[in-house]
Write a protein that binds this ligand. Structure first.
Ligand SMILES: CC(C)(COP(=O)(O)OP(=O)(O)OC[C@H]1O[C@@H](n2cnc3c(N)ncnc32)[C@H](O)[C@@H]1OP(=O)(O)O)[C@@H](O)C(=O)NCCC(=O)NCCS
Length: 182
């Protein structure tokens, strides 16, 4: 009887976990970046909390000309894989792989209204299903616990540490390097 109840409890929670995961995936779409997305990305780049979290950001996030020049370069470079994250049809942010620092590295940024709903985790899981490059690295400020958790949930493990100057904070910031092998 106790065993049956326990079994039912586990089965119920497993199925609700899978259903939650499926419904999160149903709300998500990754597609190529189109011109109209850029104004959303620029708005999202202006957020001070996001800049603090990400730490290694643009010198002046409010400089639209620098933003446009940066994105023109990204979109013209076929070595960079860049996808817009759509959540319930809205532009939630972007996810990418670039090799600016040598190794292929994943990066992502979401607008604040989309935080805390599992969007980054769902987007990274879907992206990793589409992008076969391995090993894949990620760099994350040591105190960006949300991003570390997203990476950890998708199978990344710690491979090293580094530090660099953070434009957003105006000081040197410690970062973790994570790796996904398979
Ligand atoms: C980091 C970021 C991508 C997270 O996106 P998100 O959609 O909110 O992430 P998710 O909801 O998928 O997952 C966040 C996880 O971190 C956890 N988390 C959030 N804040 C946390 C904190 N302060 N301490 C510990 N864990 C935390 C959440 O509980 C969740 O884990 P769980 O699913 O096990 O509960 C988003 O906040 C963002 O774009 N920030 C600005 C840019 C940035 O930092 N980019 C990454 C640079 S490396």
């Amino acid at each position: 009887m106790v065993y049956d109840t326990l079994h039912y409890f586990i089965a119920f929670h497993q199925s609700s976990f899978l259903q939650n995961r499926k419904s999160r995936m149903d709300n998500l779409l990754l597609r190529d970046v189109v011109e109209d997305d850029l104004s959303h990305f620029f708005e999202q780049q202006l957020d001070a909390d996001a800049n603090w979290m990400a730490a290694f950001t643009a010198k002046n996030p409010a400089d639209r000309a620098a933003f446009d020049a940066h994105w023109r370069k990204i979109l013209a470079d076929d070595r960079i894989i860049m996808r817009t994250i759509l959540w319930e049809g809205e532009v939630a942010g972007y996810i990418s792989v670039h090799s600016w620092f040598g190794e292929p590295e994943v990066g992502y940024w979401l607008g604040k209204p989309f935080w805390g709903k599992g969007v980054a985790s769902a987007a990274l899981a879907a992206f990793l299903g589409q992008v076969e490059i391995r090993p894949l690295h990620a760099r994350v400020a040591k105190d960006n616990l949300a991003s570390q958790r997203v990476l950890e949930k998708c199978g990344f493990t710690l491979s090293g540490e580094d530090k660099g100057f953070s434009n957003a904070r105006g000081v040197e910031v410690e970062e973790l390097i994570l790796i996904l092998h398979t």
